[in-house]
Write a protein that binds this ligand. Sequence first.
Ligand code: 5GP
Ligand code: ZN
Length: 117
Amino acid sequence: MTVADCLFCRIVAGEIPATVVAETERTLAFRDIAPKAPTHVLVIPKEHYADVASLATDDPALAGEVLGTVADVATAEGLAGEGFRVIFNTGASVGQTVFHAHAHVLGGVEMDGDLTG
Ligand code: 5GP
Ligand code: ZN
């Protein structure tokens, strides 16, 4: 499903440019436009799901594919040994602003374990 006014569906459709770093038949990884770390890549399913919860409920295999692409991106970015953080903001109250499921892959800088900020 494509949602016409969804930013990430429009990136999948090639209507909005993005710096793509990895792609599979069903997933796409591209650099965040406002990176919060030296590596900040977004990994999405090409199909539209509003958030990771609906993705995992409706298509768990695709949710797994998203995680596989996360792992591939981390390796390609040199983070597999160093460590990295994966975040799925789920809901406006925790900062989700684009309502197309996406994993943030963050790395290349020291982070502490405080996830409440
Ligand atoms: P959220 O806050 O929904 O978890 O994350 C949305 C992310 O999308 C933000 O980190 C934001 O910087 C990124 N973003 C917003 N618009 C664009 C865009 O047009 N292109 C890219 N590559 N990233 C975007
Ligand atoms: Zn979408």
